[in-house]
Design a protein around this ligand. Structure first.
Ligand code: HEM
Length: 175
């Protein structure tokens, strides 16, 4: 991970973001994947989202330090939005595990006989989906810049690392 980040932190961020996004689309559609895949994918998504947070740790630490003094209003808004999303997904995953039919069983446990976790799971999933859509909308320019940059790249042999991508300067994230 460190070696990748040294080469081009933005490129690593981009692929982790793509993975998080694809995982999120699948995990929000249990009707399509079936419950067994949904539950394990939900857990895997939690791990990938954790990597996503770690990759943006410098940003988090920077804004935390200057939140009440020098941070811009935009950065404060992003910070609070991201914190709400983090809490939202934590609740979604925890309540999902508590009502799980397969994951708990794997560990020889049974879900508690009440509907609270199911209601909490649905409510927190809906709310978190809305907040995540807002998060993507806010970072739309960053995503679009990358799409344009990748489209301009020449085709290359599989397994080789494209020099233009490695040389590409950082795509600025507003803070
Ligand atoms: C980011 C992670 C997750 C998201 C976004 C998510 C989202 C959802 C959604 C949208 C539904 C359908 C609710 C409905 O029918 O209205 C659902 C159902 C369900 N999820 Fe998840 N889920 C996640 C993680 C998990 C995990 C980790 C587990 C268990 C280990 C789990 C267990 C379940 C179960 C058992 C159902 C069916 C019962 C119900 O409708 O609540 N989910 N989930």
């Amino acid at each position: 991970m460190d070696a990748l980040k040294r080469r081009n932190p933005n490129l690593t961020n981009l692929w982790v973001d793509v993975l998080v996004f694809a995982g999120m689309l699948a995990v929000f559609a249990p009707g399509l994947t079936g419950l067994l895949i949904h539950e394990w994918l939900g857990l895997a998504f939690g791990v990938t989202a954790g990597v996503h947070v770690l990759l943006h740790w410098q940003w988090i630490a920077g804004i935390t330090r200057k939140f009440f003094t020098r941070a811009s209003w935009g950065a404060r808004f992003n910070y609070l939005l991201n914190a709400a999303i983090f809490i939202g997904f934590t609740v979604v995953i925890f309540s999902g595990v508590m009502e799980s039919r397969f994951v708990l069983q794997t560990f020889g446990l049974n879900p508690p006989d009440e509907r609270t976790w199911e209601l909490l799971h649905r409510l927190s999933a809906d709310l978190t989906l809305f907040l995540t859509a807002l998060h993507i909308a806010v970072h739309w320019r960053w995503i679009w810049n990358w799409v344009k940059k990748l489209r301009r790249l020449p085709r290359r042999a599989p397994g080789t690392v494209s020099q233009p991508v490695l040389a590409a300067g950082p795509v600025k994230i507003e803070d």
